[in-house]
Design a protein around this ligand. Structure first.
Ligand code: ATP
Ligand code: MG
Length: 328
């Protein structure tokens, strides 16, 4: 039986195949014909059409804020990804990563979509465990770890050991909030209407929490007064506010989690530092910013967006470990 770790993210689906490594990272996106409900395009091909489709086509994201909102589209998209990575021939045993504290109802939705996609065996593990494993953090019963994952639609914060979550939560805050806020911010300050692909690209290229960072880029949009196309140069400092607001929110929640910990755990946490993962951690200066705010050392891997699926890959390759971290 082929073993996979699947991170069915709000923005990007990542798949790890045991024996091969990461075999897929594509937008969790489909396009649908309005009248017939037929799915036309999948993954990256579908996302490229965002904001560019005519009346007859909808661009849909079947996972919203970490939770499946359309089981039908989620199942179809998973089936497409599976076919890509397995050729559709083998029986599959898949471990899905889910946000910290994910409800039974949310997991049932993933279960049904996975079954519809033809996955034979389905299990679940919470993001913080996988994030740490993906960063090669040794997990034990006695050494607690503190991890923060910042995704597109949901962020998870938890202090945990191999014995389980000591304190943790997930919140519907992430990169998508930043993208939407950047659209409003550019409209207000530059009189320019931009689309969500442009906004995301802007965040990912010049978004920065480094003080006085002055990287810049040229973006295109529609002038709000004249309705004509126009381009402007936007720099890091122009969009720092809509990024910082959400990072501050996540730090606020992380602080709440820390305050709930027993004294011994708290002390260990401060000594070990915190482990960051998730695509949004690619923002320049974010690890240093969080470290400063939390007054703790912040560790991060060279590819934070892949930490969770890499951790999933480690777990599916180690039955004893998987038994410990799998959700019942
Ligand atoms: N270099 C970068 N700088 C800033 N943000 C980035 C960068 N690269 C990707 N992102 C953002 O990271 C997010 C995607 O990260 P990730 O893949 O961890 O999320 P996800 O797993 O799809 O979502 P979630 O975990 O919330 O369900 C998107 O908002 C994307 O724009
Ligand atoms: Mg994620």
């Amino acid at each position: 039986m082929l073993k996979l770790a699947i991170d069915f993210g709000t923005s990007v689906t990542k798949i790890f195949k045991l024996g091969s490594g990461i075999v897929l990272a594509e937008a969790t996106c489909v396009t649908v014909t309005k009248d017939s409900g037929e799915v036309r395009a999948f993954g990256n091909e579908a996302k490229r059409l965002l904001g560019k489709t005519a009346e007859q086509t909808d661009v849909c994201f079947p996972v919203y804020e970490g939770e499946i909102v359309s089981e039908k589209l989620a199942g179809a998209l998973l089936a497409y990804f599976l076919k890509k990575v397995t050729g559709g021939k083998t029986s599959v045993d898949a471990l899905f990563s889910v946000p910290c504290g994910c409800s039974v109802a949310s997991r049932e939705k993933i279960y049904r979509a996975a079954k519809a996609a033809g996955i034979a065996r389905v299990s679940f593990a919470e993001v913080p465990f996988l994030s740490a494993l993906g960063q090669d953090v040794p997990l034990s019963d006695s050494n607690p770890v503190f991890a923060i994952d910042i995704g597109a639609g949901v962020s998870s914060v938890a202090a945990f050991s191999l014995d389980g979550i000591i304190a943790g939560l997930s919140m519907n805050v992430g990169g998508n909030n930043m993208d939407i806020h950047i659209i409003d911010h550019i409209a207000e300050n530059f009189n320019l209407k931009i689309g969500s692909l442009t906004s995301e690209k802007l965040k990912n290229t010049v978004g920065s929490l480094v003080e006085d960072d002055n990287q810049s880029t040229i973006i295109n949009g529609r002038d709000i007064q004249t309705g004509r196309p126009r381009s402007v140069t936007v720099s890091s400092s122009d969009i720092v506010f809509p990024i910082r607001v959400y990072v501050d929110k996540i730090v606020e929640y992380a602080d709440l989690v820390l305050k709930k910990l027993p004294a011994e755990v708290s002390a260990a946490m401060c000594k070990n530092g915190l482990y960051l993962s998730g695509g949004v951690c690619g923002i320049a200066g974010l690890p240093e910013y969080v470290a400063e705010k939390m007054q703790m050392e912040a560790h991060i891997s060279s590819d934070p967006q892949m930490s969770v699926v890499l951790g999933g890959g480690r777990a599916v390759g180690n039955a004893a470990l998987l038994r410990r971290i799998r959700m019942e």
